[in-house]
Design a protein. Structure first.
Length: 409
């Protein structure tokens, strides 16, 4: 299969992998009402899934680099996630719901290391563009899903909404199994024969001890936390503080996600030509200010504009972050780079969601947006400082041997 076909197939799969992230936003207030749990327990749900996802990201990153079998990991991701959400639809109470919801973090995070590792190889000199297209697939899926959920809730209950929406995921899993060629990117470089200790040492020296990679992980963590905070808690803000209906909640979330469909590809394209860190720092600063404004304007017609600006800036930075991470890393660690970044994302999301849920129960849903905006502003100078430290200062003379994954275009 030509690389354009691979990109199209992986983008379609990515859209379905993110479908349930968009679907659960409008459903969650009604799930909480039906099963009688509060916002702290919503935070516990998101935190548990995030920490399971962090473990899965690290493990799947290692597996993608050392064991290959990327196609099997991708098919497993979609099938297992669909089956787990069938279980969520049948959950009788919070305890069972939590266990299944947490387990979905294990399956959902197995997508990114093999998919993005393959794209990083197929598009060596156009990584930003390829990751932008791949990210746009997630955006399309995650922006359509809230609209579908919001309007389906007018006809059926939340359990039936979830069950009906498993069908596309099973269909795309079958497409991947039938059409995507088997691939083992790490094996092509001889990486699969390396010991676990050798791999761990290379990851530590080339990635964990590289201050610029740490800065990229921190930027990715606060960006992802912001996206999940809006997707998870905005419905509660609109329903409880402003009396919004399910269809309006679905529309608001769709605007937030869909706003980055074009900007994400554009940002990926631009980041191949201008310094990626400039895009990251400017986007984070403006995004923090927008988060402060959402609680004040949540009940006005200005809200969709604020959400569109926030989504267009913050979600669009995904492709820039991964392109920057892979660019400063050794070629044979592409899956590990993606796995570590996603592991960091899930740690930030887990800790932030729990803190946000507690704050929401104490001070109301508005407090979450002030908390996340302040956290972003706190991390900006830390990231700037880390980025200005030359890698050789942290890891010594051996660090430059890693080099970029591909020459800058």
């Amino acid at each position: 299969m030509k690389r354009g076909g691979v990109l199209a197939l992986l983008t379609t799969g990515h859209a379905l992998e993110h479908w349930y992230l968009g679907l659960m936003g409008p459903l969650m207030p009604f799930v909480a009402q039906d099963l009688n749990f509060n916002l702290t327990q919503v935070g516990i749900l998101v935190t548990g899934r995030a920490f399971f996802g962090a473990f899965s990201s690290a493990a799947s990153g290692w597996a993608a680099d050392r064991l290959g079998s990327g196609r099997g990991m991708l098919v497993f991701c979609l099938v297992a996630t669909a089956l787990l959400y069938c279980g969520i639809a049948m959950a009788p109470g919070f305890a069972i719901l939590a266990l299944i919801f947490w387990a979905s973090g294990l399956s959902g995070q197995t997508w990114h290391p093999p998919a993005m590792g393959l794209l990083g190889e197929q598009f060596r000199e156009r990584k930003g563009f390829a990751f932008g297209i791949h990210g746009t697939g997630a955006t399309v899926g995650q922006s359509i899903a809230p609209l579908v959920a919001g309007y389906m809730l007018l006809l059926v209950d939340w359990r039936q909404v979830i069950l009906w929406n498993t069908l596309p995921m099973f269909a795309v899993a079958a497409m991947l199994a039938a059409w995507l060629p088997p691939f083992q990117p790490a094996a092509e470089k001889g990486a699969s024969g390396a010991s676990f200790g050798g791999w761990l040492g290379q990851v530590r020296q080339s990635l964990i001890q590289n201050p610029r990679f740490v800065a990229i992980c921190c930027a990715s963590g606060v960006r992802t936390l912001s996206q999940h905070a809006v997707s998870t808690f905005l419905p509660f803000l609109l329903v409880r503080e402003f009396g919004a209906e399910a269809s309006w909640v679905g529309f608001a979330l769709s605007v937030f996600i869909a706003a980055c469909i074009l900007p994400e590809t554009l940002m990926g394209y631009l980041s191949d030509r201008i310094p990626r860190q400039n895009i990251l720092f400017s986007g984070m600063g403006v995004g923090a200010l927008l988060l402060f404004l959402i609680p004040a304007w949540g009940g006005s017609p200005v809200l969709p504009v604020l959400l569109a600006l926030l989504g267009g800036l913050f979600i669009s930075m995904r492709s820039v972050i991964f392109a920057a991470g892979i660019e400063i890393s050794p070629p044979n660690l592409g899956g590990s780079v993606v796995g570590i970044i996603f592991m960091t994302n899930q740690i930030f999301v887990g800790a932030g969601a729990l803190a946000g849920g507690i704050l929401a129960d104490l001070f109301g849903p508005k407090a979450i947006f002030w908390f996340i905006g302040g956290l972003i502003l706190l991390f900006m100078p830390v990231n700037l400082l880390l980025w200005k430290i030359p890698p050789e200062v942290a890891v010594g003379p051996a660090a430059p041997e890693a080099g970029p994954a591909a020459p800058s275009p």
